[in-house]
Structure formats: structure tokens, C-alpha cells
Design a protein around this ligand. Structure first.
Ligand SMILES: Nc1ncnc2c1ncn2[C@@H]1O[C@H](COP(=O)(O)OP(=O)(O)OP(=O)(O)O)[C@@H](O)[C@H]1O
Length: 339
């Protein structure tokens, strides 16, 4: 869908993109980075709206340097900033954008009604947009990006300014753009956590450079840490402690989980294979306790990112190719703490 090769953009005082190479396939891809990381600059180059200083990029197989108009016919764009004229209604505005994209009048009206309904704007679509809430404006911006039925959409910070409920709704809508309509999505955010649930693939940029590019599941792969929770009994009023002591007696060290929320009843230990599971099961059975849960912990994307920036990593940024697997071991090391 998108391929960049050593793409750079230098402004007089700042390098917004620095030799960025990446491949993005179909699906929902998150482009993550702090404010000023270069996300909007990349999107403008990919749309053919702003020339790169050096390097090469293709969108849907089209060269951004020479085929910008053809790219914009097939790609929808939701800009970051408020750009809606206050005096017109959502319907008028989106019909206008559909006409600008080349749809005939009747098709433009029909597509507008469908798209506004899809993003959750109903009666209010006939009112002037100046009176809309931030959430409603974001929905109109999303609708105009989708109205010409593109193959791919670029959404620049679509959850900006939304409250938690609005954020969740917007993330759900973004997911459905792909599942319901088969449109691929590149969505930017400075919040990693929210992309964990929404995206198939995540690209992390920092200071215009690629930090990491991999599938979300690869980012959040299982750790080797086991979380165990047991019931208490009359004989063992503190079942958690009884298990800890019994495991300790058998040479298994339980990790210090005191910093974790609700950690009072959760034991964390490093699994060394099947035998660790068997040992835990046997210890709990011998003590006559009930096993509430025994599960492998997963990383959160935010843990990965914190670790990357802390260590100045980017070790596996490499080519940034969308290969998903293959960097697991390196990542495991980079993440290390796992708990
Ligand atoms: N037209 C421009 N002229 C000069 N500097 C620019 C211009 N556009 C962007 N920059 C600079 O390039 C860097 C990257 O900006 P960009 O807007 O791409 O970041 P971003 O990751 O999208 O962050 P944000 O979400 O805050 O917009 C920033 O330091 C910004 O100040």
C-alpha cells in the first residue's frame, strides 16, 4: 500500500523526516510518534502535496513525486486541524467534497447520506457545522475522507480533542472502515495505548526517524511471565503467601509485583517451560487452594515504546519492512522487564 525509501524532508531549521524507509501493507496501520515526530509531514508527502527533500515514496504503486493527483483520487485524507466552514451543514459540505472527487450529483448525495449515517451523524447533519461539538466535527472530517470510496485513507490524529467515550467510538469507527468496507487505513496518534486495540500494524517514528515497524501482536507478544491468582482457605487465610512460600521452598523465585495495581493477590514468576505450569498446579493442589487464574502476561505497546526511547533503541528499526515476525528475540531483549 505504502512504500518509502530513505525519505527525508528538511525545513530550514528542522529535519522533519530523516531517511525514513518503511513498507505498509493492507489493513489498519498506526503511525505513532510524539508531537513534532514528523507524522503530518509524512502524510503530506504521501499525498503528493509536499515534495520530499530526498528519497522516494509510492502509494498504491504510484510515485508521490509525479502522480499526486492520481493518488488523491484513490486515497482519502482526514486532516488534523479544524478545517470545516462554520456556515454550511455537514450534508452540504460532504456533497461538495464528493463532487470535487468527481462523483455525479445524485451519486454524491447518496454516498453522502450513507457515509454520514455510517459515521453516526443523523438529524444534526442538516445544521450548520459551526455549532457542532468536537466529536461531531471529527465525524464530518472522517466522512469527507470516505465519501469517494477510496482504497486507502490517511487519518491524522482523529481522536484529538475527544473525551474517552468519543475516543472509543472513533476507534471503533476506524476499525470498521477496514472490516466493513475493506478500506485500508493509516492512522496517526501520539497515544500508543489506543492503537493497540485498533491497528494490525504499528509504525513508530521519533524525530523523523523510524524507531520500529511491526505487527501489533508482535509488539504485544507474550512475555515469559506467569501471573497466578489463588483463593484463600481456613487453613491458609493468605493463599497467595502460602503459594509463594511453597514455590520458594522448591527453588522458584516469585517476582516482586508490589508496584502493580491489585498485586496483593497476584503472584508473578518466570515460566521455564511446561514444568513450571505443572509445578504451580501441584503446589496449589497440595495446599488445597483454588486456582483462580494462571496466564501468561502480554506486553502493552506503551511498555515497548517507553523502553525504546529510554534506551535510544531503534535497534531493529533496520529497514522498517513490514515483516512482522523476525525481530522477536531482539524485541524481547529490548523490552526485558516484561512485568
Ligand atoms: N511548513 C513547515 N515549515 C517549517 N517547519 C515545519 C513545517 N511543517 C512542519 N515543520 C516542523 O517539522 C517537524 C515535524 O512536524 P509534523 O507536523 O510533521 O509533526 P507531527 O508528528 O505531525 O506532530 P503534530 O501532531 O504536532 O503535528 C516539527 O518540528 C515541525 O515544527
Amino acid at each position: 500500500m505504502i512504500a518509502t525509501e530513505s525519505l527525508s524532508k528538511r525545513f530550514p531549521r528542522v529535519t522533519a523526516l530523516d531517511r525514513l524507509s518503511m513498507d505498509v501493507g493492507p489493513g489498519v496501520t498506526g503511525l505513532v510518534g510524539a508531537n513534532g515526530a514528523g507524522k503530518s509531514t509524512l502524510i503530506k508527502i504521501l499525498l503528493g502535496l509536499s515534495p520530499a527533500t530526498e528519497g522516494h515514496a509510492e502509494v498504491l504503486g504510484l510515485d508521490v513525486a509525479t502522480e499526486g493527483a492520481a493518488i488523491r483520487e484513490r486515497v482519502g485524507y482526514m486532516p488534523e486541524h479544524d478545517c470545516l466552514p462554520p456556515d454550511v451543514s455537514a450534508t452540504e459540505f460532504v456533497v461538495h467534497m464528493a463532487r470535487m472527487s468527481g462523483l455525479p450529483p445524485t451519486a454524491a448525495r447518496e454516498r453522502t447520506a450513507d457515509t454520514l449515517r455510517h459515521v453516526g451523524l443523523y438529524e444534526e447533519r442538516y445544521r450548520p457545522m459551526g455549532g457542532y461539538s468536537t466529536g461531531m466535527k471529527q465525524r464530518v472530517k472522517l466522512a469527507q475522507a470516505l465519501v469517494h470510496d477510496p482504497d486507502l485513507v490517511f487519518l491524522d490524529e482523529p481522536t484529538n480533542g475527544l473525551d474517552p467515550v468519543g475516543r472509543d467510538e472513533m476507534l471503533g469507527l476506524i476499525r470498521r472502515i477496514h472490516t466493513d468496507f475493506g478500506i485500508s487505513v493509516l492512522v496517526t496518534s501520539h497515544l500508543l495505548g489506543e492503537l493497540e486495540r485498533t491497528c494490525d500494524h504499528v509504525v513508530v517514528v521519533d524525530g523523523g526517524k523510524l524507531l520500529r515497524s511491526s505487527s501489533t501482536t508482535d509488539f504485544t507478544q507474550n512475555t515469559t511471565t506467569l501471573a497466578i491468582e489463588v483463593t484463600d482457605t481456613d487453613e491458609h487465610p493468605d493463599g497467595t503467601r502460602a503459594v509463594r512460600d511453597a514455590l520458594h521452598a522448591r527453588g522458584v523465585t516469585v517476582q516482586d509485583s508490589s508496584g502493580l495495581p491489585g498485586s496483593g493477590h497476584v503472584l508473578l514468576l518466570t515460566a521455564r517451560g511446561e514444568e513450571t505450569y505443572d509445578l504451580v498446579r501441584d503446589v496449589i493442589a497440595e495446599l488445597g487452594l483454588g486456582l483462580v487464574r494462571m496466564e501468561q502476561r502480554r506486553h502493552h505497546i506503551s511498555e515497548v515504546f517507553t523502553n525504546d526511547t529510554d534506551t535510544g533503541a531503534g535497534t531493529d528499526a533496520g529497514t522498517g519492512k513490514n515483516t512482522g515476525a523476525g525481530n522477536g528475540e531482539q524485541r524481547k531483549e529490548a523490552v526485558g522487564h516484561g512485568g
